[in-house]
Design a protein around this ligand. Structure first.
Ligand code: PBG
Length: 330
């Protein structure tokens, strides 16, 4: 039935009505906060490339966990920034590594759900997410290292390890390693990750952009392992394989330029689909806010609600603490 019998403005008459009839509600429990723990840092230090975010020393991690609990944010995604890098990223799987220590601390001080990024790029001198050889990034040699990293995180108490290296077979390699050591309760959140320019501020922050190393080929980007953004079908195949290999949750990133991918994954698969509002997406909004061009609260709530509307079960975002505060204030 058309106008004048149908008048959609009846549903928009006031905020209470609009809220009652809305399809999606963003909630504090939808948010996961990424945390950068930096080895050898004494005091918190601002991250130049990601506005409003800071590196945390190990000693500051407890306070961040407490803040999340107070605000009603349920989960953290932990990234470690090691003091030393080497060609094989050995510090990534050391039981005494910075992220392993941070996991233990968060689990001791809080009931938060701890997710950990399982990758090599912050830990390798060449900045790639795997073992770099003269023939390129070697898939199967990388799997062994990813399994070691995941195990070290599980031993420290991680609830979900999140492999982000985009190697074929990484979920299976990790699931097998975890089960072999009795960590059948540790989950896997596998990244479905596009080769994207929106990771720029993050790579600057953790010094993980591909670099030139003597004796190794210089490969300037990650397009031989991260997904091509022109292909939805490949993304669906990647997700389907990850689920078959044992992924408990699938994390799609970036989020806002990829809502169609989130929506299609939600429609096709029966696992929780999470989304990562990555550093570039977050920083674009923050800079526009700084210039006085966007309203911070409204633009973030709109972007995150859209990500949820597309089908995301939860969202990893640098804005988690601010959003939780805004949502509490009503
Ligand atoms: C590591 C990793 C990256 C991000 C999360 N894990 C960077 C990359 O793939 O280069 C990006 C997160 C962000 O931009 O906020 N592989």
């Amino acid at each position: 039935m058309g106008f004048p019998i149908s008048r959609l403005r009846r549903l928009r008459k006031n905020e209470k009505i609009r809220e009652l009839v809305s399809d999606v509600h963003l909630d504090k429990s939808d948010l996961v906060y990424p945390v950068f723990v930096k080895e050898d840092l004494i005091n918190e230090g601002k991250i130049a490339s990601i506005p409003g975010q800071s590196y945390s020393p190990l000693s500051g991690v407890g306070r961040i966990a407490e803040k999340c609990e107070t605000l009603g944010v349920h989960g953290l995604l932990l990234f470690g920034i090691p003091r030393e890098k080497d060609v094989l990223g050995r510090k990534a799987y050391s039981d005494g590594g910075i992220v392993q220590k941070a996991i233990r601390l968060v689990k001791k001080k809080s009931d938060l759900v701890v997710f950990t990024d399982v990758c090599l790029c912050q830990y390798t001198t060449h900045g790639h997410c795997g073992v770099l050889t003269k023939d390129g990034v070697n898939n199967d040699r990388t799997l062994k290292l990813l399994a070691k990293i995941a195990l070290s995180h599980a031993r420290a108490g991680a609830d979900f390890v999140a492999p982000s290296a985009m190697m074929d077979g990484q979920v299976k390699a990790i699931r097998d390693a975890l089960d072999e050591e009795g960590f059948d309760d540790t989950g896997i959140m596998s990244y479905s990750k596009f080769a994207s320019s929106f990771y720029g501020p993050f790579r600057d922050a953790v010094d993980s952009a591909p670099k030139r190393v003597k004796g190794l080929p210089y490969i300037t980007d990650r397009s031989t392992y991260q997904m091509d953004f022109r292909s939805l079908s490949q993304a669906m195949r990647e997700i389907s394989l990850d689920i078959d290999e044992g992924a408990d949750i699938v994390l799609i990133k970036p989020a806002l330029p990829y809502l169609d991918v989130i929506k299609e994954a939600r429609r096709r698969f029966n696992v929780p689909i999470a989304a990562y509002q990555v550093s570039g997406e977050y920083t674009m909004l923050k800079l526009a806010v700084e210039r006085g061009l966007l309203d911070e609260k409204r633009s973030f709530l709109e972007s995150l609600t859209s990500i949820k509307r597309s089908g995301a079960s939860f969202i990893v975002t640098y804005a988690a603490l601010d959003v939780a505060r805004w949502l509490s204030a009503g």
